[in-house]
Design a protein around this ligand. Sequence first.
Ligand code: ZN
Ligand code: ZN
Length: 84
Amino acid sequence: MITLISIPRPGVGLTDDAVAYLEGAGFTPEEWAKRHDDADGMWRGDYCGCPDDRCVGNHHAVDADCYCLISLVEEAMQERRAES
Ligand SMILES: [Zn+2]
Ligand SMILES: [Zn+2]
């Protein structure tokens, strides 16, 4: 699903897979950055989509799906549902 061996998209700092996953859940990369305290919309987390910039290789293997992103997106969607 999220292949972390792919290269971060220039200017975004996320892989195409991470961007596609976020967009599939209805979040733009900018919204995702702002949600994680990057008020200017610039992503400073890891390229897999986890706000911890040392996620790849620490939270999970380089070639594994990022479960941080999956569960954070799940949480964000639940929050958004609760708001509306
Ligand atoms: Zn992580
Ligand atoms: Zn990750």
